[in-house]
Design a protein around this ligand. Structure first.
Ligand code: GLN
Length: 351
């Protein structure tokens, strides 16, 4: 009797030690997210997507920034980084393209780090405009004038909130912040900057309109210049996917472990991406994909699956709203296969 009881106790202790060990080693591999996706599954889904869409030719490179018209429109890369820092890539994932409007997400994050979310909300807002990303009509018509941080006017206003003694200090702060979100140093693509700076009369006009309504918070042209630089930062698909994974990972960069974005700001950033990340294509995107995302006219789109990871597709040809055609198709395909759509209960395992 006693002997048996002792055996039961010993077995219990062994089981307890084993369970503790297994859960400790699991949490060491995956300390933050219990739901990061399984590698083999994701790998086969992105291969399937790559094969299915690689010959797609719809859309047209942006040409209002002369540099972008010259980029090889056949470039195509897919990168996924999960919250437990698994990296899966396929195609042209080392090609450095200009981040363009995707930068707006990270300047918003920095502005909120500095000022707090409510101040930024008050100064910029988060209402979809239903108009093109560079629309001056939206600035005139919207009650907030700024609209949201992801249309050009709202983004220039957001950039103008970043503190610094002069333009150089503000710009260096933005660039080094992006690097911390990516987990590695990023640099400006000088030719993109020059090309855009020589042609950005529309953005200068937006900054003047904002000044008229008292909705820009530093010198208007200085703010446009810093904004133009932030749009000209070079990223490859893998770097951008890690920036997205930092959002998915509650603000902690999954590679460096640094808390770069305050956790309380993540829902504000992702909800703004959900309502305005693809401009006047955001409603259709939500309908088909159901993930917060941000596009840029350089041809990149980053989509974030909270708690799981981020998917980036880079392919330069755009639709009329300025969103990469192939990136939208591939992300929709992958999202469906992996059950990432946030509005579907199957995204949290509902059967
Ligand atoms: N730099 C670009 C502009 O200001 C960004 C636009 C975009 O990516 N949609 O027009």
């Amino acid at each position: 009797m006693f002997k048996n009881h002792g055996r039961v106790q010993a077995t219990y202790v062994i089981v307890l030690i084993a369970t503790t060990f297994i859960s400790a080693s699991l949490s060491a591999q995956n300390p933050r997210s219990p739901v990061a996706p399984r590698r083999e599954l994701v790998e086969s889904v992105i291969k399937e997507a790559y094969e299915k869409y690689k010959t797609e030719t719809k859309g047209k490179n942006a040409d209002y920034i002369p540099y972008l018209a010259q980029v090889d429109s056949k470039l195509f890369g897919i990168a996924i980084v999960t919250t437990d820092n698994q990296v899966l890539t396929l195609g042209d994932v080392k090609y450095s393209f200009s981040i363009q409007s995707i930068s707006k997400v990270f300047t918003l994050a920095l502005a909120m780090q500095e000022l707090g979310a409510e101040k930024v909300f008050e100064k910029v807002g988060s209402e979809p405009t239903g108009r093109a990303f560079n629309s001056p009509i939206a600035v005139v018509d919207m009650p907030s004038h700024t609209g949201n941080p992801f249309v050009n006017a709202g983004a220039i206003a957001t950039t103008s909130l970043i503190s610094g003694n002069d333009a150089t200090e503000k710009w260096n702060k933005i660039l080094s912040y992006y690097g911390r979100v990516a987990g590695e140093k990023l640099t400006l693509i000088d030719d993109v900057y020059k090309s855009e700076a020589a042609t950005n009369t529309g953005n200068k006009a937006l900054s003047m309109l904002l000044a008229k309504y008292d909705r820009i918070y530093a010198d208007p042209f200085e703010s446009v210049d810093i904004y133009t630089k932030q749009c000209s930062v070079g990223v490859n698909a893998e770097q951008l996917a890690r920036m997205g994974a930092t959002l998915a990972n509650n603000g902690i960069n999954p590679a460096t472990g640094e808390q770069v974005i305050k956790p309380e700001n993540i829902p504000h950033i992702l909800s703004t991406m959900a309502v305005a990340g693809l401009y006047d294509g955001s409603g259709g995107w939500a309908w088909h994909v159901g993930l917060p995302a941000k596009s840029g006219v350089g041809g990149g789109i980053v989509a974030v699956a909270p708690g799981k990871g981020a998917i980036v597709v880079f392919a330069p040809p755009l639709d009329d709203a300025g969103n990469s055609v192939k990136a939208q198709e591939v992300i929709e395909f992958v999202t469906q296969k992996l059950h990432y759509n946030l509005y579907s209960p199957s995204s949290v395992g509902w059967k």
